[in-house]
Design a protein around this ligand. Structure first.
Ligand code: SF4
Ligand code: SF4
Length: 128
């Protein structure tokens, strides 16, 4: 179950994963004699119950909350005023220094640390 969950968060989820998780969770509960085994699958079952659409979104390559690093990309939107704060905070020089102009992020270099989004005063960093 952990392998399946980790694959889903890395964008390697596939059709049938949700059903397989439900199948494994059910048999883990049925096959366990102690309370630990009977309740261990509950986090998976309850998140499947209340957040199934998020599982499906991840399997389709989208992280709705922008938290799974392998599924997101940082970019600069039109609100950018060219203040250069993001450039100064980026630890890998993924944003070229272009004062007073709209900035852009080199996604080849970006390590998705979130520093630029946190420092931007204009909400000009998109995470999708
Ligand atoms: S911090 Fe925000 S407004 Fe300033 S240059 Fe970077 S993206 Fe643009
Ligand atoms: S997320 Fe981090 S590494 Fe990527 S551009 Fe922003 S500051 Fe740089």
């Amino acid at each position: 179950m952990l392998d399946i969950l980790e694959n889903i968060t890395k964008g390697k989820g596939k059709k049938g994963d949700i059903e397989e998780l439900e199948h494994l969770a059910g048999w883990t509960k049925k096959g366990s004699l102690c309370g630990l085994g009977k309740t261990a699958p509950n986090p998976v079952l309850s998140t499947l119950k209340y957040f199934r659409d998020e599982y499906e979104a991840h399997i389709n390559g989208v992280c709705p909350t922008g938290k799974c690093q392998d599924l997101i990309t940082y970019s600069v939107n039109d609100k950018c005023i060219g203040c250069t704060l993001c450039v100064q905070k980026c630890p890998v020089d993924a944003i070229p220094f272009t004062p007073h102009e709209k900035h852009f992020i080199n996604t080849e270099l970006c390590i998705k640390c979130d520093a630029c989004r946190a420092v931007c005063p204009e909400d000009a960093i998109d995470v999708r």
